[in-house]
Design a protein around this ligand. Structure first.
Ligand code: PHE
Length: 377
């Protein structure tokens, strides 16, 4: 016969086993979400603010009790700005950490490298901000919560033609970046389609520090607009050197310019420049005001668009987990694909058949080192 103390021990053992998780877990183990990005390197502000944004969403959801009766846990990996490292980060998050979904990458070239890994393990990946059209074509487990570059390129071309009355443009392209190459193409097609002329297209590579050869070759044409579809570190340096050479063209950029570092690096040279983006921090919409306020309170800084879109990516994933009633890969994928009218900070998110939401960019202007809403073309 068992003594009462034996019974207690058995019960305790069972409770301990449940608390430690495994198949029999009764809900004490958290749901793991992976975040990966370039937390170091020339685009580091993207992943730093992205991580803050995603974490904020997860903390808010946990404060309201989590999802499916469990708390969420975010694990993050630094891919150091390298596509191959992004692929390894995803493989590590899946095989060692057992994440049920991934938030990342920000930059298209790294999302393109990481997506096949997520796809092969059938773990859904949601990019907050990768705009290159090819990203979600990597497989049916790959999603994004942002617009794609054909619409970003078109919005910029419409803005250049209609608002800036530009007749001519030159383009400076980061030839190793899928984002830069694809966006340049979208802009060119739309700008010329509207009767504008592209005078020259010149290449550079991320990390170059001297752009004088490229700028000197562009200068004689005196384009109305110099379009730089690149990232903020290069864009800031290009702006300085263009102004240093006396170029008068209006500087035009895209979402890759969105960083507090742009004005730090570019200084006076980026004043008056315009770029397209996923949201404006000044948007009076109540959802944006509420997000900006808690972000400022939590982190003591302004949320850029990657903070906002990463907050949305986390929100969309959790919304899908809730609707799926499960974290199993296929069921979660199906729920993500069915995302409809999700009220994001960066706009309403409805996945189309290609796992891309239909959203439109805003155009911001750099003024006194800050960005200001300029237009919604
Ligand atoms: N759209 C960029 C890309 O695809 C990434 C990016 C988005 C960077 C938003 C900054 C802000 O590579």
């Amino acid at each position: 016969m068992r003594s009462p103390s034996w019974r207690r021990l058995l019960l305790l053992t069972a409770a301990f086993a449940a608390a430690c998780g495994g198949e029999q877990s009764t809900g004490t183990q958290g749901i793991k979400i992976g975040f990966f990005g370039a937390l170091t390197g020339p685009q580091a502000t993207f992943a730093l603010s992205g991580k803050n944004g995603a974490k904020l969403a997860i903390d808010e959801i946990n404060a309201k009790g989590g999802v499916l009766g469990k708390k969420l846990e975010m694990l993050s990996e630094d891919d150091r700005n390298e596509p191959s490292e992004a692929a390894s980060a995803v493989s590590k998050l899946i095989t060692r950490n057992h994440v049920v979904a991934l938030i990342g990458e920000n930059a298209s070239s790294r999302s393109l490298a990481a997506a096949p890994i997520a796809q092969s393990y059938q773990v859904p990946m949601v990019s907050p901000s990768s705009t290159n059209v090819e990203v979600t074509k990597k497989g049916d487990y790959i999603f994004r919560v942002c617009f794609i570059d054909p619409s970003q390129g078109k919005a910029l071309a419409v803005f250049a033609r209609q608002n800036l009355k530009a007749e001519t443009a030159s383009i400076l392209i980061d030839s190793k970046s899928d984002y830069s190459v694809g966006l340049a193409e979208a802009f060119r097609t739309s700008f010329t389609g509207q009767g504008g002329r592209v005078l020259s297209e010149v290449k550079y590579a991320e990390g170059d520090s001297d752009f004088s050869a490229q700028l000197t070759s562009i200068d004689p044409g005196k384009p109305d607009v110099l379009f730089v579809p690149g990232y903020y570190t290069d864009a800031g340096l290009i702006a300085r050197q263009a102004r240093g050479l006396g170029m008068k063209a209006v500087l035009l950029g895209a979402d890759g310019w969105d960083s507090p570092k742009l004005a730090e690096i570019g200084g006076a040279a980026v004043e008056g420049a315009y770029f397209s983006n996923h949201y404006s921090v000044d948007d009076p919409a109540p959802a944006v005001r509420a997000f900006v306020e808690v972000y400022r309170k939590t982190y003591g800084s302004e949320p850029d668009s990657i903070a906002a879109s990463s907050y949305d990516a986390a929100g969309v994933i959790v919304d899908a987990i809730r609707r799926a009633g499960s974290t199993e890969g296929k069921r979660l994928r199906d729920a993500l694909a069915a995302t409809k009218d999700f009220p994001g900070v960066t706009g309403t998110i409805t996945m189309d058949a290609d796992r891309n939401p239909t959203k439109l960019p805003v155009i911001l202007k750099v003024e006194n080192g800050r960005t200001k809403f300029a237009a919604r073309p």
